[in-house]
Design a protein around this ligand. Structure first.
Ligand SMILES: Cc1ncc(COP(=O)(O)O)c(C=O)c1O
Length: 496
């Protein structure tokens, strides 16, 4: 028999599936994200689902034969002896609702009769998994890098070949199978620096401040590692936006840092109020030492694009309160709404003059996973650090070197993102056509998502200005909805 919890989850998924069936076009957009009001109850559910086997695991003894004598040993590593901070980690993106979705999908495949025929998983921004096609030029160069014999093949355009030769030239033994420098291949870091300069209207970028990473996640966690210190009331607090992207809460739990929540303003299209930052900071200072402020712009899961004024205000706030800024800008090409524009924190910082540009410490992050690329599986990314203390920077370089290097194919892909085909090159036309097609499809889907969600009784949704998600509010008054809300498990969103 299914538990009450499982039944309510099933009902919610049935609702999603019905909606999906009805609005298939909308939900196929890219992907959707499930939101859960209360992560703690989610984790409790998770624990209860795995509880039985966990308890058993601790007790199970293994038989070992030594010199013919059978000895029984308890496990060295049990749920009670393992790292306690890992147990505190919660990650809804791959949590129990997703597991339930997999289960329902399996049941459907096995012929179970349900009031729907398909489950569209809405838990993660994984564009290719939802059918988005890769950019031809990127895959051509990556194919050439992986199998250089293809450089003799006439089917590949010359610009793809010359790009592949350049990347291979930067690799040890001219192979992407070799380790690279820990900070990333030098010519790729140079390309990233030139890209940042072009993007930011000429603000200089030193390739030495660029660290290639294993997706943006790796860069973010590495920075958090550097920031977290202290004990008790002096333990580092990290300010993160709520609604949040769960990488942050998960990483903070693992590092045993203090998560300091600041709330985005739903009434004002998920904008960021400085008064809320101030409130959150002052409350946190009573029990920890807040040292960094994380901003996601364009926002996941809320889809807002911060105005230039807002970014300036945030930088002023960080300077006044002596906070390290972390700007998660992985959606920098995903801006759809009229009147909205992406402004990088770095550019705004430098436009504010030396009082800020010479002092405010900033790390910004980008990725191959989002924008028009959607190449999540290659795990490409970079971070740029500004005004970092040279001794800390040396520690950062040491820290990244422990893991040798980010995946070289991911580095190669990052290079292509920051250095795509140029006008006049053979691949430029196709590249632009494919890139623009993805971005305009995302823009159309963003609008459609907002419009359709707003037609559902009890659901309201802000305009999706950017990124790949919407975060609707559910005010459904049905009995199951009320019960779920009480349990903190109401599904309140899906999206782009
Ligand atoms: C805001 C934000 N930051 C970071 C990431 C992680 O990106 P990556 O795949 O580059 O690690 C994501 C992924 O969805 C994201 O939405």
């Amino acid at each position: 028999m299914e538990s009450d919890d499982q039944l309510t989850t099933l009902k919610e998924w049935t609702l999603v599936a019905k909606l999906a069936h009805r609005h298939k076009r909308m939900l196929k957009l890219t992907d959707s994200v499930c939101r859960l009001g209360n992560l703690r109850s989610l984790s409790n559910h998770c624990k209860s689902l795995s509880g039985l086997s966990a308890a058993r695991r601790g007790l199970i003894q293994r038989k070992m034969s030594e010199n013919g004598v059978t000895v029984r040993r308890s496990k060295v590593l049990t749920i009670d002896t393992m790292n306690a901070t890992v147990k505190k980690v919660e990650y809804a993106v791959r949590g129990p609702i997703v597991q339930r979705a997999w289960q329902i999908e399996k049941e459907l495949k096995e012929g179970a009769k349900k009031p729907f025929t398909e489950v569209i998983k809405a838990n993660i921004g994984d564009a290719h998994a939802m059918g988005q096609q890769p950019i031809t030029f990127f895959r051509q160069v990556l194919a050439l890098c992986s199998y250089p014999e293809l450089l003799n093949n006439n089917n590949f355009p010359e610009d793809a070949k010359s790009r592949a030769r350049r990347i291979l030239q930067g690799c040890g033994g001219k192979s992407i199978g070799a380790y690279s420098a820990s900070q990333g291949i030098e010519c790729i870091r140079q390309d990233v620096a030139r890209y940042i300069e072009r993007r930011d209207g000429g603000v200089p970028c030193d390739p030495d401040n660029v660290y290639l990473s294993t997706g943006a996640s790796d860069g973010i966690v590495t920075m958090l590692k550097l920031l977290v210190a202290g004990e008790g009331r002096s333990r580092t607090g990290i300010m993160i936006s709520i609604p949040q992207y769960p990488l942050y809460s998960a990483a903070l739990a693992e590092l045993d840092a203090v998560q300091v929540n600041y709330y985005l303003n739903e009434e004002k299209c998920w904008s960021l109020d400085i008064s809320e930052l101030q409130r959150s900071l002052e409350a946190a200072r009573k029990h920890c030492n807040p040292r960094a402020l994380c901003i996601i712009n364009p926002g996941n899961p809320t889809g807002q694009v911060q105005s230039r004024q807002c970014i300036e205000d945030v930088i002023r706030f960080a300077a006044k309160e002596r906070l390290f800024l972390m700007a998660d800008e992985v959606y920098q090409d995903n801006v759809y709404a009229d009147g909205c524009q992406f402004h990088s924190f770095k550019k705004v910082l430098f436009e504010m003059g030396p009082e800020y540009s010479d002092t405010v410490e900033l790390a910004s992050f980008h990725s191959t996973s989002k924008c028009y690329m959607g190449e999540c599986g290659f795990r490409g990314g970079y971070m740029e650090v500004i005004n970092m203390d040279p001794e800390v920077k040396a520690q950062l370089t040491k820290l990244v070197s422990v893991r040798l290097c980010p995946p070289v194919p991911g580095q190669a892909l990052m290079d292509l993102v920051v250095n795509p085909p140029q006008p006049g090159e053979p691949s430029h036309g196709t590249f632009m056509k494919e890139r623009n097609a993805v971005l305009s499809a995302l823009a159309e889907k963003a609008k459609l998502t907002e419009q359709i969600l707003n037609t559902v009784p009890g659901i309201t949704c802000n305009p999706v200005q950017g990124a790949m998600y919407s975060f609707p509010a559910s005010r459904c008054q049905s009995a199951p909805s009320r019960r779920l809300r009480r349990k903190g498990r109401l599904l309140t969103c899906c999206t782009a």
